[in-house]
Design a protein around this ligand. Structure first.
Ligand code: GLN
Length: 243
């Protein structure tokens, strides 16, 4: 981060932004501004180059075909890999998460290479689509409260030794492998199946990324009333569905 501004990059909103993922950018921006940071937000469409000097990159979910197009363009562009090598934070959701892995199954039923930024591989689930509200316990390495989100995916994601699960589900499917894991992360690269939008339901994750960027252990508190109301409403809905 420069002394003057936090550079926030929203990757391919024209291809990857489903189930309210745009909310992640709004929450990230707001939480930073509330802490007195000046935010420079860049929305990068899929026909534009990915800037490599961003601090935080957000990438959302998508349907199978836009997901393939996004993967092709991101591989050709190379900017996201360079940003990750520079230590930028990359936060990805669903299709975006699958793209950050080594490979996934595309809309043509073929193995499509990803960016290899997370040590995961996604296959296509043979059973019912994973759809519904999710509750999960965040990886203890991040010290964050219970994760609430919404999932809708056919892909199943298998974790390799180079990543840790982002969370462990108590309600819902997460990675869909049946081992209870949800998402994956390492260093400054994060992947989750959670929509919701996930940062509106879990603003502490946004704060976690701000702390990593600023290299600080704590941030000034902000008013959490609306976030807490949303969280408790969605947590009870998930528990009722599960009951
Ligand atoms: N197309 C992917 C799947 O079904 C991702 C879906 C999404 O991003 N919601 O697995």
């Amino acid at each position: 981060m420069t002394a003057s501004a936090l550079r926030l990059v929203w990757v391919y909103p024209d291809l990857l932004s489903t189930y309210g993922d745009q909310g992640n950018v709004l929450v990230m921006e707001r939480r930073a501004r509330q802490r007195g940071l000046h935010v420079e937000r860049v929305d990068v469409r899929s026909d534009q180059p990915i800037p490599t000097s961003g601090d935080i990159y957000l990438i959302g979910g998508g349907e199978d075909r836009p997901q393939r197009l996004a993967a092709e363009r991101l591989r050709r562009d190379g900017g996201l890999q360079r940003a990750a090598d520079n230590g930028a934070i990359i936060f990805s959701v669903c299709a975006g998460y699958q793209i950050l892995g080594h490979e996934f199954i595309n809309d043509l039923g073929q193995r499509e290479p990803g960016l290899g930024l997370l040590d995961v591989i996604s296959t296509r689930g043979e059973g019912a689509r994973c759809v519904g509200d999710v509750l999960a316990d965040m990886d203890p390495g991040m010290g964050l409260p219970q994760l609430t989100g919404f999932e809708n995916h056919q892909g199943i994601t298998h974790l390799g030794p180079g990543v840790r699960p982002f969370a462990r589900v108590t309600v819902g499917r997460g990675n869909g492998t049946g081992d209870g894991t949800e998402g994956a992360w390492r260093d400054t690269v994060f992947g989750t199946y959670m929509h919701g939008p996930v940062l509106a339901r879990n603003p502490r994750i946004a704060d976690h990324m701000l702390k990593l960027t600023l290299d600080v252990g704590a941030l000034p508190p902000v008013d959490e009333r609306w976030f807490e109301a949303l969280r408790s409403e969605r947590i009870s809905a998930a528990l009722n569905t599960a009951a």
